[in-house]
Design a protein around this ligand. Structure first.
Ligand SMILES: [Zn+2]
Length: 71
């Protein structure tokens, strides 16, 4: 498994977001990849919050020139 280091029973992983080596408990499981996400829960939450904020800003910005135009 790439990026995952197992020391005895304790598995840790380097977070791609904050660069800290954290226990796997600190990462959300990624069932698609069969492991965990590249970023820890903290970074995932921060990324999700940033994504939501950007999406909200985009929607609000779009609302200004939304005039029911059908092309
Ligand atoms: Zn992190």
């Amino acid at each position: 498994m790439r990026g995952v280091n197992v020391h005895g029973t304790e598995a840790t992983k380097l977070c791609r977001g904050c660069g800290r080596v954290l226990p796997l408990d600190a990462f959300y499981p990624n069932h698609v990849a069969g492991g965990v996400y590249a970023r820890c829960k903290e970074c995932s939450r921060a990324a999700a919050a940033r994504y939501r904020a950007e999406w909200k800003a985009r929607v609000q910005g779009r609302r200004g020139d939304h005039n029911h135009r059908h092309s």
